[in-house]
Ligand binder design. Structure first.
Ligand SMILES: Nc1nc2c(ncn2[C@@H]2O[C@H](COP(=O)(O)OP(=O)(O)OP(=O)(O)O)[C@@H](O)[C@H]2O)c(=O)[nH]1
Ligand SMILES: [Mg+2]
Length: 497
């Protein structure tokens, strides 16, 4: 994804884009927005009824033909000579269309918008686009229509993110959440937090500006209020994390020492010979990602290299890649070889997972991870001493990836882990990466305010932390202008949205 620059989004321009995927399809839509939208359509459209489209009322639909500029000129001259000709000759017509007129301010962008519905197909659509460009419109950049809707105050940034997520929804729940976000429900959530912070902020302002007044602030009261705010933000951070699962599926990493049978299990879950399996330790070097569906739950599974002590550059890279997906995963599936005793590499990974568990209790928002310990090769004589893994929390499953035995137990465990990530639709909130980072900053600001309060520091410091929190919240919703965030959000949109 290349980042767009806001300076390229000149709002004085009239913009145009093909809004549908250009392919052999039944319908295609070209969208125009801006001051010249109506005058452009007047120049290139011949309505079936001899009406001047410039006088068309808002929310009206018009049937006719799109023609090239010179063609229209010809068509008009023909029209003047014969009373009934309202259709251009075949060599001048581009396509038979329906034109919708949506006048400002009640349109998607709050500007004059014209939508041309044509008979799909790449050539017709690009020809329509060409004639509009020739009449003075400019090609829209990614998300530019939605950006105008935001600038003109029709939607906030959370709603913009909701729109993007409607387009990208992969599951029912993701779609429902995105729709509720578009309806403004997420904004309400943030607004409540904002009002609560504002309330405390204002009382610190009074204390700073009128120190001689007897109305010095009640520190205990403030402490309690901030504690509640802290809990609220933590809830939203948690919801954000869970939303990513609802949106993209549970990210599951298959890890384990070399030859434990990771790739065999990966193929087994995928039900195809996707990756190479062999008895040579270190077969897998790259991290391989595939999406599967387990009992209706979308899973993004990663097969990783089992190498833990790299001997060369390639193995070093392999280890880096597997560590990265390990850290980012929602679910860790550790594969142990049941036919062997625990070895150094198994213990290393078991310790790593145990440490994650401890961390989880300290920082709930960042490290929610499910754990499944898989004891593979159950078809062979078992040597693994299970006592050594009993200290680990999480699910334990015995199976044979080679013989495809016991896979249903693994699927049951996955469903149970997914349930831990499950959340009611109303609790979810879709933020992009940048917005999530800003929300974490708000959380830091609030924690800072709490530290100052507990240390009995000057109220000015608490006041400053709260001010930062308010500014950051404003950036999130779009009330405070943050160029970097806007560029980040709208770059992720497709052209035509
Ligand atoms: N008997 C038996 N053999 C298995 C089982 N699962 C895997 N194997 C064998 O174990 C060997 C290693 O399997 P892989 O799936 O390549 O192991 P891996 O963990 O991906 O290994 P690396 O990619 O080297 O890290 C192969 O010979 C597999 O056929 C199993 O359930 N039972
Ligand atoms: Mg492998």
């Amino acid at each position: 994804m290349s980042l767009i620059k806001l300076k390229d989004y000149n709002t004085n321009d009239t913009i145009v884009a093909i809004a549908t995927f250009p392919s052999k399809s039944a319908l295609g839509v070209v969208k125009i927005s801006g001051k010249k939208a109506i005058s452009i359509i007047h120049k290139i459209f011949i309505p079936r009824r001899k009406k001047d489209i410039r006088n068309a009322k808002t929310y009206t639909l018009h049937y006719g033909w799109i023609v090239s500029h010179s063609a229209k000129h010809m068509a008009h001259s023909v029209k003047n000579k014969t009373s009934h000709v309202s259709r251009p000759t075949s060599q001048v017509a581009i396509d038979e269309v329906l034109v919708s007129i949506m006048r400002k301010p009640c349109s998607y962008t709050c500007e004059d918008v014209v939508e041309i519905s044509s008979h799909g197909g790449t050539v017709a659509l690009s020809k329509i686009l060409d004639v509009i460009l020739k009449e003075g419109a400019r090609l829209a950049r990614p998300g530019e229509f939605t950006y105008r809707a935001f600038l003109n105050g029709r939607i906030d940034l959370l709603q913009a993110e909701g729109i993007r997520n409607i387009v990208e929804a992969k599951t029912d729940k993701a779609l429902q959440t995105a729709v509720s976000q578009l309806k403004g429900e997420s904004f309400e959530k943030f607004n409540k937090v904002k009002q609560a912070i504002k309330d405390v902020f204002l009382s610190t302002e009074v204390d700073i500006n009128f120190p001689e007044d007897n109305t010095t602030i009640e520190f205990n009261n403030i402490k309690n209020k901030i504690k509640k705010i802290d809990a609220n933000i933590k809830d939203i951070l948690e919801a954000d994390k869970k939303s990513k699962v609802a949106k993209d599926g549970l990210r599951c990493v298959i890890c384990g020492k070399t030859n434990a049978g990771k790739s065999t299990l990966f193929n087994c879950l995928l039900q195809e010979e996707r990756v190479i399996v062999s008895e040579i330790p270190g077969t897998t070097r790259d991290t391989i990602e595939e999406t599967i569906n387990v009992k209706g739950i979308p899973l993004c599974i990663y097969d990783t290299a089992g190498i833990l002590t790299p001997r060369n550059f390639i193995e070093k890279k392999a280890l880096e890649k597997s560590s990265k997906v390990f850290n980012e995963a929602d679910l860790i599936m550790l594969v142990l070889d049941g036919s062997r005793h625990l070895e150094k590499d198994d213990l290393f990974l078991l310790n790593k997972i145990e440490n994650l568990h401890n961390k989880k209790n300290n920082n709930a928002a960042d490290n929610v991870k499910g754990i499944i310990i898989i004891i593979n090769k159950s078809d062979l004589k078992q040597k693994l001493n299970l006592k050594n893994v009993s200290r680990l929390k999480g699910f334990r499953v015995k199976l044979s990836a080679l013989k495809k035995e016991g896979i249903e137990h693994l699927e049951e465990a996955i469903v149970k882990v997914a349930a831990q990530f499950g959340s009611k639709r109303e609790d979810l909130v879709f933020l992009n990466k940048y917005q999530s980072e800003i929300l974490k900053d708000v959380y830091k600001d609030i924690q800072e305010a709490q530290i100052y309060l507990s240390q009995g520091r000057e109220v000015d410091l608490v006041n400053l932390s709260l001010k930062n929190a308010l500014d950051n919240l404003g950036k999130l919703t779009g009330e405070v202008f943050c160029e970097e965030l806007l560029e980040n959000i709208f770059s992720q949109f497709c052209i035509g949205k």
